[in-house]
Design a protein around this ligand. Structure first.
Ligand code: CTP
Ligand code: MG
Length: 228
């Protein structure tokens, strides 16, 4: 199965608060986006498209390998993935079933094994698959005053990571279905589920954690300093 990777790297990283867009922030001396591209490739993805902020195209092109395709992203993650998906379509051959793996630049230390598990599930016939982890903390619902109103049974809950994998035609159809709706999506599996397509799960990995705030970057730095 031919595998195309899309890296969503067009965010600004407001919560991280760095001077650079988050995907260009260095970890162990290398921009986060380079780590994300590398783990997709190490896990079996052949061709990578990266969505970047419009104002930073040159900076991204300068740090990414020459065979990575750079496209301008959008105002939301969904818009950025949509822009990259248009390019992924042009690149892929129509002869073969194609997998599209959508990954956050903000998950630099994702082990290639996670990528490989997602690809294996697609090769096994899944149309959509996400890596997940269990919820370990007690989880509750609060009201507007912060008062706990309910406990949430935690056993069926999962935290969803990336890369999220899709059969290309399924993802394209789901994005077409979502176009023009007011719904806001925080990941690609929710776009696919909104089109009525079931989403399978495989085991995620704590090392695929997303870098959101400065503490997350410090934790990632510690991991890169030690043997993994
Ligand atoms: N992303 C994107 N295009 C956007 C917004 C986000 O490609 N318009 C990407 C980010 O670059 C990131 C991933 O989606 O790799 C996950 O988003 P998030 O962690 O929220 O990153 P940012 O939006 O950059 O951060 P913040 O929300 O703190 O500004
Ligand atoms: Mg964001």
């Amino acid at each position: 199965m031919h595998a195309v990777g899309i890296v969503a790297a067009a965010g600004s990283g407001l919560r991280l608060g760095a001077e650079l867009p988050k995907a260009l922030v260095p970890l162990g001396g290398r921009p986060l986006v380079c780590w994300a591209v590398e783990s997709l490739r190490a896990g079996g993805v052949e061709q990578v498209v990266v969505a970047v902020p419009a104002s930073q195209q040159a900076a991204f092109t300068a740090v990414l390998p020459g065979d990575v395709h750079v496209v301008v992203g959008g105002d939301t993650r969904t818009a950025s993935v949509r822009a990259a998906l248009a390019t992924a379509r042009e690149h892929a051959s129509d002869q073969e079933r194609t997998a599209v793996l959508v990954h956050d630049a903000a998950r630099p230390l994702t082990p290639p094994d996670v990528v490989a598990r997602v690809l294996a599930a697609l090769a096994g016939g899944a149309r959509a698959v996400v890596p997940v982890l269990p919820v370990v903390d007690t989880t509750v619902v609060v009201d507007a005053d912060g008062v706990v109103t309910a406990d949430v049974p935690r056993a069926p809950l999962r935290r969803v990571q990336t890369p999220q994998g899709f059969e290309r035609a399924t993802l394209m159809a789901a994005y077409a279905h979502a176009h023009g709706t007011a719904a806001e999506f925080t990941d690609d599996a929710s776009v696919v589920r909104a089109a009525g397509i079931p989403v399978q799960t495989v085991a995620g990995d704590e090392r695929a954690a997303k870098i959101t705030v400065a503490h997350d970057l410090r934790m990632a730095e510690l991991q890169t300093e030690r043997p993994r």
